[in-house]
Ligand binder design. Sequence first.
Ligand SMILES: CC(=O)CC(=O)SCCNC(=O)CCNC(=O)[C@H](O)C(C)(C)COP(=O)(O)OP(=O)(O)OC[C@H]1O[C@@H](n2cnc3c(N)ncnc32)[C@H](O)[C@@H]1OP(=O)(O)O
Ligand SMILES: NC(=O)C1=CN([C@@H]2O[C@H](COP(=O)(O)OP(=O)(O)OC[C@H]3O[C@@H](n4cnc5c(N)ncnc54)[C@H](O)[C@@H]3O)[C@@H](O)[C@H]2O)C=CC1
Length: 279
Amino acid sequence: MKTIMVIGAGQMGAGIAQVAAQAGYDVILNDIKEDFVTRGLQGIEKNLNRSVEKGRMSAEDKAAILGRFRKSTSYQDAADADLVIEAAVEKMSIKGEIFKTLDSVCPEHTILATNTSSLPITQVAAVTKRPDRVIGMHFFNPVPVMKLVEVIRGLETSDEVYNTIEKLSRELGKTPVEVKDAPGFVANRILIPMINEAVWILNEGIAKPEDIDEVMKLGANQPMGPLALGDLIGLDTVLAICNVLHEGLGDKYRPCPLLRKYVDAGRLGRKTGRGFFTY
Ligand SMILES: CC(=O)CC(=O)SCCNC(=O)CCNC(=O)[C@H](O)C(C)(C)COP(=O)(O)OP(=O)(O)OC[C@H]1O[C@@H](n2cnc3c(N)ncnc32)[C@H](O)[C@@H]1OP(=O)(O)O
Ligand SMILES: NC(=O)C1=CN([C@@H]2O[C@H](COP(=O)(O)OP(=O)(O)OC[C@H]3O[C@@H](n4cnc5c(N)ncnc54)[C@H](O)[C@@H]3O)[C@@H](O)[C@H]2O)C=CC1
């Protein structure tokens, strides 16, 4: 494997692109607008600059990593990719369109992976003529820091593809964990109901946002409170995952109306400057 294409240059796509380039792969970074790709690359450069300043990386290595990127706004560029990792928004309709197009553009050997947080891998794979070469590769935010990749097989995913992605995850400095295709997989089935519960607590006026988070930081040793974590993930993404859990697993996963209200208002968290907190 030589070339990895990443679709979506948002917080996850940029992070995945960074760790792939750091591991020596050529990376094609794609988004719908060149400005979005540029913004993703600027974030990557900022992270690398910090590593150079802290003496963890040489200026030469930084230049070599940045030299491995190619910008893209066309799915046709996937013709050069051995692996595509899709990290666009959490909507089945969008992922379906992307995978259909990738399937028609990519060479036969290309593996198509999705970083989806919750959508069924089997359903994504079914829009392609290569369901055996489609897999879930679920990274965690912020990607350069978090060590986990949930590796999720669809119904038809081959052992060869699973083994390749497991090995690649280790090369990227991550620990792969095999997880079955089920709503929210493992991490989000636990994390998202916790965040949703924090929103219910806020909705019921039981405590202020900063106090809810303080309780979970000091009382449960979490690195950040559930509301700040929701703001980090993006409240649009939290709501999308919550809807998948609700639909697939029943009423106890129902999203709090306040979460929906914040999303309707465009208060999506860090990425829009305001969610439960202001940034
Ligand atoms: C929704 C899904 O599908 C799945 C998910 O991803 S769920 C979300 C999973 N993520 C989490 O649970 C994150 C929980 N929070 C944390 O682990 C920590 O609060 C945090 C790593 C985000 C920040 O850590 P912190 O100690 O509070 O802040 P800070 O000192 O600024 O950062 C610690 C290190 O992380 C790095 N870092 C923080 N954010 C970063 C980013 N976005 N990109 C790259 N590096 C980052 C910092 O540079 C710093 O590194 P050094 O010390 O080596 O310089
Ligand atoms: N935010 C998180 O903590 C995590 C998110 N994920 C998943 O990763 C995916 C991306 O999430 P984020 O990076 O947080 O979102 P984001 O909103 O930061 O970025 C999404 C990017 O995808 C681009 N995009 C949208 N449609 C596209 C298309 N058709 N083709 C190419 N690019 C397109 C957008 O312009 C944007 O730059 C989602 O599926 C999400 O569920 C997975 C793990 C953690």
